[in-house]
Design a protein around this ligand. Structure first.
Ligand code: PMV
Length: 326
């Protein structure tokens, strides 16, 4: 079913609001899509070649025959896209050559989920070039499989945010993906300048869980409770409660050993200058922190975060999910 030669798809990045780490182990989390988008251009080639340009992750002029997809040494920046193509081609028995170019509106270092967003763009793009339209759940399943093929671990929350957009209540592996009706999210995002590696941090928590299984299980249960409470508070715009719940969640994340000095400095700076609450966002160790702030303290909180950290970013949340641009 080949009706187009070229397509451009975009998908949003994400920010974890509450429930990280516990969501890897069958608990819920809340994630919001950010208006910084990843985009991919897909073009059908005459040859039977896979070609990738992804300058944001230092991939230029990367090419291989389709029969070698997934084989040999694959550069880090090419893994998600190459395995996305491999998984899609296998499932739908496609044999056409393809050229893919990805571009990002945000730096991969922010931890906004560029790998998952590009995986989603590629699979959505391939489905509009070759296959019958995939449902969002089909798109999720194939994209999530690709992410697991590359990194072995993860809940899939970032894949869901890239596909569905908005703010989602999400349970591991897509067992629940429920949009939350939230109009405005009074959020500020601070970047720590410290690089975090998600899989390393998941493994670090796993080591702790082997040593203190009962404590960690209880901590995950508590995190799940916070998510359920925050879900209710968010839909009634009770931001003071959401902030309080974030502060408690941050305490639990600290107990898991995934906070860091820079993050703590920024979190405290936010709280001391008027935020309702603040916490790290994502795997921890570095990347970003978030704060929920009353409108009248926005400026003072942003300034305090910037002084303690590296930058404060003006990020719009609740962004639209993956879409075909043209
Ligand atoms: O590091 P990030 O922003 O991709 O967030 C990871 C969140 C975890 O819960 C630790 C992992 C996951 O896949 O849910």
């Amino acid at each position: 079913m080949q009706n187009m030669k070229k397509v451009i798809v975009s998908a949003p990045g994400k920010l974890m609001l509450l429930g990280e780490h516990a969501v890897v182990y069958n608990r819920p989390c809340i994630v919001t899509a950010v208006d910084q988008r990843m985009s991919a251009t897909l073009e059908i080639l005459e040859s039977t070649e896979f070609s990738l340009e992804a300058p944001d992750v230092k991939i230029t002029g990367y090419k291989k025959p389709l029969k070698d997809l997934g084989k040999g040494e694959i550069p880090k920046g090419a893994k998600f896209v190459e395995l996305a193509v491999l998984n899609f081609y296998k499932k739908y028995k496609i044999k056409s050559g393809i050229k893919i170019t990805t571009t990002s509106a945000f730096a991969a270092t922010f931890g906004f989920g560029s790998s998952s967003a590009s995986t989603v763009c590629v699979i959505k793009g391939l489905s509009s070039l070759f296959a019958p339209k995939l449902s969002n759940k089909n798109l999720f399943d194939l994209s999530y499989k690709t992410v697991l093929d590359v990194q072995g671990k993860g809940s899939g929350f970032d894949v869901a945010a890239a596909i569905y957009g908005g703010t989602l209540y999400f349970v591991t592996g897509g067992k629940a993906i429920k949009p939350l009706a939230i109009k405005n999210l009074p959020l500020i995002v601070g970047y720590s300048g410290v690089k975090a590696d998600t899989v390393t941090l998941i493994n670090q928590v796993l080591t702790l869980a082997k040593k203190y299984p009962k404590f960690i299980k209880n901590t995950y249960d508590q995190m799940g409770i916070l998510v359920e409470l925050a879900r209710k508070a968010m839909v009634t715009n009770d931001w003071q409660t959401v902030g309080e719940l974030m502060n408690i969640d941050q305490g639990l994340l600290s107990a898991l050993g995934v906070s860091g000095q820079k993050l703590e400095d920024m979190i405290f700076a936010a709280r001391m200058s008027g935020a309702y609450g603040a916490k790290l966002s994502g795997a921890g160790g570095g990347d970003c922190m978030i704060a929920i702030v009353p409108q009248n303290s926005k400026q003072s909180v942003a300034k305090a975060i910037e002084t303690a950290g590296v930058t404060c970013m003006d990020v719009k949340v609740n962004a639209e999910g993956a879409r075909v641009e043209k």
